[in-house]
Design a protein around this ligand. Structure first.
Ligand SMILES: Cc1cc2nc3c(=O)[nH]c(=O)nc-3n(C[C@H](O)[C@H](O)[C@H](O)COP(=O)(O)OP(=O)(O)OC[C@H]3O[C@@H](n4cnc5c(N)ncnc54)[C@H](O)[C@@H]3O)c2cc1C
Length: 455
């Protein structure tokens, strides 16, 4: 099917590139705008991290079809790559050895998107107007016109701050030199920064746990390295995940290993620690739960903030967005992933219908589509963009079809690793209720409660 449409794709991460492969396969013209100097720019920042999903969940099908004639050999589906291997064995060949090569513009940061000639308030005739995408590539302001836009620009560059209320902690910006966000390469590139130091890690997700595990390894190699785990919740076991019940076993094992390190006292745990203020004291940081004199505090050399990410909506001001006010995900998707309602990592596959915004042709995809929810998987993104490309091409039947069996990730956290409650909590995918994330959620919703009750 050839529609002759031009589709602008923001971001050359795994999902943006998969979107381009699907768009191309449907006879349309993708133009990928990537802010970084190379495809996979965000993955490059966490290249040292081992993925918790094996290759079988990391390769998009249309991308694999595009790669096959280039002599690409699919990696062993059961092996867990690092970020670097994901780049070298998949993202880079896809971006440089296939037809996508000529469709990716690197060093091209999108700064604004609108409808040509139509400001946000103007409705009549709006649908027929092409999208106008403004971007900067160091050579002056550039403009691209497109029939549709897929925003797959990720969330990596907009981390949540340390402050518990969502605002930066008092003194956080001033202490930036001793604060890292995300997941620094503690055993590699950033080793000198952390070796022999007291390092606080704030957060309870996989990035925080991974960083703390690396710090315990560093502590065995360099005496004086001291990891402190700051978590807002009062129950550390909640961070240990589904353990043996997690169908993504590498993720389950990570949680179980971390539980044993905590159990053996290799990590100092400060639970119920909501950061309010960070002050510089004698070349160190005093991190406190209150900006007044009497809160709890720890004094450290470095702070790693791993409290998740939020979407950058700054260049979407002229798009008619309908996002959930809390999760900042599209309104139809938000109830499926809302961490307030359920903690299951399982989400039923979804596509164009849930991701489209008011006015045809604009879609959020990839990890950005999850807004502030932390449970995104690449394979979910691949299904999203398969459906979106079908929708743009006018193949509504394929857009509505579900072509993905997601792993039952079972990361309900109640009871921690030992209880084995995860499988019982999720109970597999939902069967009828479209707004339910899992069978348990479905049952709970039928009984009138808002979610599966395991959070
Ligand atoms: C440490 C870590 C480990 C993870 N492990 C797994 C895992 O094991 N399995 C799994 O399924 N998922 C994992 N994820 C989650 C998720 O799948 C990845 O974050 C994945 O990279 C998301 O892909 P994406 O294409 O949506 O976004 P990204 O990979 O973040 O790509 C977005 C791209 O958009 C570009 N961009 C940003 N702003 C602009 C702009 N204004 N203009 C142009 N370009 C822009 C960025 O430079 C980037 O290249 C992990 C995430 C992290 C952070």
């Amino acid at each position: 099917m050839s529609t002759g449409k031009t589709v602008a794709i923001i971001g050359a991460g795994p999902v943006g590139l998969a979107a381009a492969a699907h768009v191309l396969e449907r006879g349309m013209m993708p133009v990928v705008l990537e802010a970084g100097s190379a495809p996979g720019h965000s993955v490059r920042q966490w290249r040292h991290v081992q993925l918790f999903s094996p290759w079988e969940y990391n390769v998009d099908k249309a991308a694999a079809r595009l790669l096959a004639p280039a002599g690409w050999k699919s990696p062993d589906p059961q092996v867990y790559p690092t970020g670097a291997e994901l780049l070298e064995r998949y993202i880079e060949p896809l971006a440089t050895k296939t037809a996508l090569r000529d469709m990716i513009r690197t060093n091209s940061r999108v700064s604004a998107i609108g409808r040509a000639g139509f400001d946000k308030a103007k409705t009549k005739g709006r649908e027929a107007a092409p999208f106008e995408i403004r971007y900067r590539n160091g050579k002056g302001p550039e403009t691209l016109r497109a029939d549709a836009v897929i925003d797959a620009s990720g969330t990596w560059a907009s981390p949540n701050p340390a402050g518990a209320g969502g605002l930066p902690a008092i003194g956080e910006p001033e202490s930036a030199a001793r604060i890292a966000y995300g997941m620094p390469d503690v055993l590699g590139r950033d080793r000198a920064r952390y070796a022999g130091k007291t390092v606080a890690v704030l957060g309870a997700g996989h990035s925080a746990i991974g960083t703390l595990i690396d710090l315990t390894t560093l502590a065995l190699q360099v005496p004086g390295t001291r990891p402190i785990w700051l978590l807002r919740g009062t129950d550390p076991a909640k961070a240990f995940g589904g353990g043996a019940n997690d169908k993504l076993s590498a993720r389950g094992e990570l949680g179980a290993h971390f539980a044993s390190l905590v159990g053996s006292g290799q990590v100092q745990v400060e639970a119920g620690f909501s950061v309010a203020a960070i002050a510089q004291a004698d070349g160190r940081l005093r991190i406190a739960t209150s900006s007044a004199c009497c809160g709890r505090s720890v004094v450290v050399d470095e702070l790693v903030v791993a409290t998740g990410f939020r979407p950058d909506l700054s260049f979407l001001g002229e798009i008619r967005l309908r996002l959930d006010p809390a999760i900042e995900a599209p309104v139809a998707l938000a109830p499926l992933i809302d961490p307030n309602e359920h903690s299951c990592g399982t989400v039923r596959p979804h596509g164009a219908r849930e991701l489209a915004q008011d006015g045809a042709g604009f879609y959020l995809a990839g990890i950005k589509s999850y807004g502030r929810a932390p449970t995104f998987l690449m394979i979910t993104g691949y299904e999203q963009v398969r459906s979106i490309a079908a929708d743009i091409a006018g193949d509504k039947e394929a857009a509505a079809r579900v072509e993905l069996e997601l792993p039952e990730t079972g990361v309900c956290t109640r009871g921690g690793v030992e209880s084995g409650s995860a499988a019982g909590c999720c109970g597999g995918p939902a069967k009828e209720e479209s707004s339910a994330c899992c069978a348990a959620d479905e049952t709970a919703k039928k009984a009138g409660s808002p979610g599966c009750g395991c959070s």
